[in-house]
Design a protein around this ligand. Structure first.
Ligand code: FES
Length: 164
């Protein structure tokens, strides 16, 4: 299964490597810390390529298969580089009923990519998202930690402009 992954060239800086080694060092003796370490690794690299998974597996003394299994199980982990700004347009039931699809379509139209993709300049990614836990605000979208509720597709241009 690992061999079938799309190959994205991996570039590591000494600073990133140092940060990851520190994270591994901090957590290597903590039971059940794999997800936490992977989250921090993704913050450092913006994604979790096989090379990073290998470093985590070796550092934490965990089989690579287990690391790979966690990375592919949780939707918040990405095997491909993700943008500086991660856009999530909720497609959960409440948001879908209130026009979430139209919001998503407008986002796609504005930045020219589909869910699961990153713009060529690395600025935006669109993530496929189910309920974000704030259904009363449907339809909801987030850009990193910023939450936008009762979004009208007409507002998308202005929302995205804040990040360009
Ligand atoms: S369905 Fe969108 S926030 Fe719950």
């Amino acid at each position: 299964m690992i061999n079938k992954l799309e190959v994205v060239p991996f570039k590591d800086t000494p600073e990133q490597n140092k940060q990851l080694m520190k994270v591994i060092d901090d957590y290597k003796n903590v039971e059940g810390a794999l997800i936490q370490v992977l989250k921090k690794a993704q913050e450092i690299y913006s994604y979790l390529p096989l090379e990073v998974q290998q470093m985590v597996a070796e550092g934490m003394n965990i089989p690579l298969e287990e690391v790979f299994g966690a990375v592919t199980f949780y939707s918040f982990f990405s095997l491909k580089p993700i943008g500086k700004y991660r856009i999530s347009v909720c497609q959960g039931t409440a948001c879908y009923v209130k026009g979430g699809q139209a919001v998503l379509d407008e986002v796609k139209k504005n930045i020219g990519i589909s869910a699961g993709e990153t713009t060529p300049d690395g600025l935006f990614s669109i993530q496929d998202t189910r309920c974000l836990g704030c259904c009363g605000l449907a339809p909801v979208m987030t850009v990193n930690d910023d939450v936008y509720g009762k979004v009208d597709p007409k507002e998308i241009k202005n929302i995205l402009a804040k990040y360009q």
